[in-house]
Design a binder for this molecule. Structure first.
Ligand code: MF3
Ligand code: CO
Length: 249
C-alpha cells in the first residue's frame, strides 16, 4: 500500500495499456445498436484486447466473470454481460480494463442509443463534463480533495447526483492502488499529487438520487430509485503542468 510514483518506463507501458483500452472502447462504441447482446460485446472486447497484445484485467479480479462491465440505464457500474439485448433509448456504460506487460489501463464511456431522452442527453453531458473537470484540475501540487471538489461542484450545479460510495483510484501494476479518488470532497484535503502518479478518475452520476443498491448477482450496482445513471472514466498520469490522459485514442 501507499502511493506509488511511476518511472518513465512504467508510464510508457501504461500508455500502451491505455491505448489498447481506448481502441477497444472505440470499436465497441460502433457496435452499440439495438439488437446486440451484451455477451457479444464481451466476446469482441476480449478478442480485441488479446489481438492488441493485452490481457483483460477485470476477468478473474475478485472472481468477476467477464472482460467488460456493461451497465445499462439504472445500472451504475459492474453490469455483467449476458443475454440482455440492447434496445432503443438505452444508456449503455462500457467499462474496459487491459494489462500490457504488467501495467493497467482502465476507462469507461456511456453511449446513448437513439432516441435518447432530453434528461438522458443532459446526464451524458454532465458526467462527461465531470470527468473533464477532474482532469482539468489534476496537476502536481494539488490535493486529491481539490480534484474531488471540482467534480462535485460541477455536478451539483446541474441538479444531478454523484454516487458517493464508489470512487476512482490509483492504478499501475494493480487495478486498484492508493490513493482513493472520491468524486465528492473538500478542497485542500487528501494526499498531494506528484508527477508520475497514475490515477483512474471515474464519476458516476444519477438523475434522481445518490443512493445505490446491489443486484442479486452481488456485483451490479443500481440506482436506488430506478433512475438513470452514467459513468465516464479515464486513466491519467500527473505531470508538472497538468495531466496526460493515457486512455485516449
Ligand atoms: N473500472 C472499474 C473499477 O475501477 C472496473 C472494475 S470491474 C471489476 O473498479 F470487476 F474488475 F471489479
Ligand atoms: Co476504475
Amino acid at each position: 500500500m501507499g502511493i506509488i510514483i511511476k518511472s518513465e518506463n512504467e508510464i510508457t507501458l501504461m500508455r500502451q495499456a491505455g491505448k489498447i483500452v481506448a481502441r477497444v472502447l472505440d470499436k465497441l462504441t460502433g457496435l452499440i445498436k439495438p439488437g446486440i447482446k451484451t455477451q457479444e460485446l464481451d466476446v469482441i472486447a476480449e478478442e480485441e484486447i488479446l489481438r492488441l497484445g493485452g490481457i483483460p484485467s477485470f476477468k478473474g479480479y475478485r472472481s468477476y466473470p467477464a472482460t467488460l462491465c456493461v451497465s445499462i440505464n439504472d445500472e451504475i457500474v459492474h453490469g455483467i454481460p449476458g443475454n440482455r439485448v440492447l434496445k432503443e433509448s438505452d444508456l449503455v456504460s462500457l467499462d474496459v480494463g487491459a494489462i500490457y506487460k504488467g501495467y493497467q489501463g482502465d476507462a469507461s464511456i456511456t453511449v446513448g442509443i437513439t432516441p435518447v431522452s432530453e434528461t438522458g442527453k443532459r446526464l451524458l453531458e454532465t458526467t462527461k463534463g465531470a470527468l473533464a473537470e477532474g482532469i482539468r484540475v489534476a496537476r502536481a501540487g494539488v490535493h486529491v480533495g481539490d480534484l474531488s471538489n471540482a467534480i462535485q461542484s460541477y455536478v451539483e450545479k446541474t441538479g444531478f447526483y454523484l454516487v458517493k460510495e464508489y470512487s476512482g483510484h490509483g492504478i499501475g501494476a494493480n487495478l486498484h492502488e492508493d490513493p482513493q479518488v472520491p468524486n465528492v470532497g473538500v478542497k485542500g484535503e487528501g494526499p498531494v499529487l506528484y508527477p508520475g502518479m497514475t490515477l483512474a478518475i471515474e464519476p458516476m452520476v444519477n438523475t434522481g438520487t445518490w443512493r445505490t443498491r446491489i443486484a442479486k448477482n452481488m456485483w451490479t450496482v443500481l440506482t436506488a430509485d430506478g433512475g438513470l445513471s452514467a459513468h465516464f472514466e479515464h486513466t491519467i498520469v500527473i505531470t508538472k503542468n497538468g495531466a496526460e490522459i493515457l486512455t485516449a485514442l
